[in-house]
Design a protein around this ligand. Structure first.
Ligand SMILES: [Zn+2]
Length: 408
């Protein structure tokens, strides 16, 4: 992609109201555009990071056949009234009316719709278990939307749902997603620790949050230094004492990256999701739900992988494999750019003619691609380029042909 026509610009100065490191860096690097409080657009850079995150999740879910689907964002309120959540959830649930005055809600989550659809699909025990997943926008009318993508009003989420014939089946499905989340966060270069959590508005069953220990987080977790027990402080009663070791628990801030829930029969009972067992008798389906916020994952990566000059993307998440910079050598650089594209290497190509080398380097550091390739008069004469890793100071001079090997 040529930077001269990139639908994004880096920003030098950010308002003092922007507090979190990730929010600052994503704005400065030109990854996100604020549209309204807690509502953001993605530039091609941010969009590419989202796609990388989604594919890491997809590749893992494919291993245990969580089928990708897509559910709507506008839901008839009658389905939410059936589970009671239309009344139970406060102003966070965004309620709207159509022209006939009928109530609708904007998707805060999708348990209701997943159960509603499952009711038409699941007939007998032979249909179970079923695991489905989607990447879909969620809308929550947050009172305090802040911290950029760490707490937004509208955000993309991976949300999966499991349907099983009994509690044992639900536990097994839960285990699959729990294990999968461990692998996914590792692949996202995020050190997420699972902690005991409360089901909140989802239900009363067992739940875990995958937490990133960080000052930027709004959640508080308690942990035992002796046995490693961890829990969201919300689930602890007044006594903040480890039940096992009888010592006081320590506290730290954390960002919730994902959460898993054993929903049991809560939604399937009210929406009548039944199956016939081998004796032809009707039974209620056991459900689970599992979610990761994609924007929050991107922000969490930005929160951790950076330096004083800007973002430092892990290779697996970087919008481009490399940032190619032409210093007055566009003819030569055009050829290298085309050759790299032909080899299947995604590069952002700074072909701008009106920028100084200093401005180009500053932008490259802000955007944070893992490799910077510079073609100048000095290198071009020998058909070579200067290569530098974003997180290292060492510069090497390599031939154009060698670039492929380094970047692949
Ligand atoms: Zn303990």
């Amino acid at each position: 992609m040529k930077q001269s026509h990139l639908f994004a610009k880096t920003i030098r100065n950010i308002s003092d109201d922007v507090k979190s490191v990730s929010h600052k860096l994503l704005l400065r690097g030109g990854f996100i555009f604020p549209v309204s409080a807690g509502i953001y657009a993605l530039s091609p850079l941010g969009f590419r990071v989202f796609e990388k995150i989604k594919n890491i999740i997809r590749n893992d879910f494919d291993q245990f056949e969580a089928q990708e689907i897509s559910m709507p964002i506008v839901h008839p309120a009658r389905i939410w009234k059936q589970t009671g959540r239309f009344q139970d959830i406060g102003d966070e649930l965004w309620k709207i009316k159509n022209r006939e005055g009928e109530d609708f809600v904007l998707a805060m989550t999708h348990e209701e719709i997943a159960a509603y659809i499952a009711e038409t699909i699941i007939k007998t025990y032979k249909d179970l278990p079923i695991l489905v997943n989607q990447f879909q926008v969620k809308i929550r009318d947050e009172l305090r939307a802040r911290g950029g993508m760490l707490r937004a009003k509208e955000f993309l989420m991976q949300d999966a749902y499991s349907f099983d014939k009994d509690e044992k089946g639900m536990d097994e499905s839960y285990e699959k997603f729990y294990e999968s989340y461990g692998r996914i966060f590792k692949n996202l270069s995020l050190e997420a620790v699972p902690v005991e959590a409360s089901g909140g508005v989802m239900g009363q069953g067992q739940s875990h949050e995958f937490m990133l220990i960080s000052e930027a987080g709004e959640d508080k977790i308690a942990f035992c230094e002796q046995c490693g027990y961890k829990a969201n402080i919300e689930v602890l009663a007044n006594a903040k004492i480890c039940q096992k070791c009888k010592i006081e628990l320590k506290e730290t801030s954390a960002v919730e990256l994902g959460q898993t829930f054993k929903l049991g029969l809560k939604y399937s009972r009210s929406l009548n999701v039944k199956f016939k067992d081998s004796n032809g008798k009707d039974n209620i389906v056991y459900m689970g739900s599992y979610g990761i916020g994609i924007g929050r994952a991107m922000a969490a990566v930005a929160e951790i992988h950076n330096d004083e000059k800007g973002l430092v993307w892990p290779q697996a998440l970087s919008p481009f494999a490399a940032h190619l910079i032409s210093l007055g050598q566009n003819k030569e650089s055009d050829r290298v750019y085309t050759a790299l594209l032909k080899s299947g290497i995604d590069v952002l190509y700074d072909d701008r003619l009106d920028k100084t080398p200093g401005e180009k380097f500053t932008d490259a550091d802000l955007m944070g691609m893992p490799f910077r390739i510079v073609i100048s008069a000095k290198t071009a004469v020998n058909k070579k380029a200067e290569v530098k890793k974003r997180n290292e100071n060492k510069v090497s001079i390599v031939s154009y042909a060698e670039l492929n090997n380094i970047l692949q």
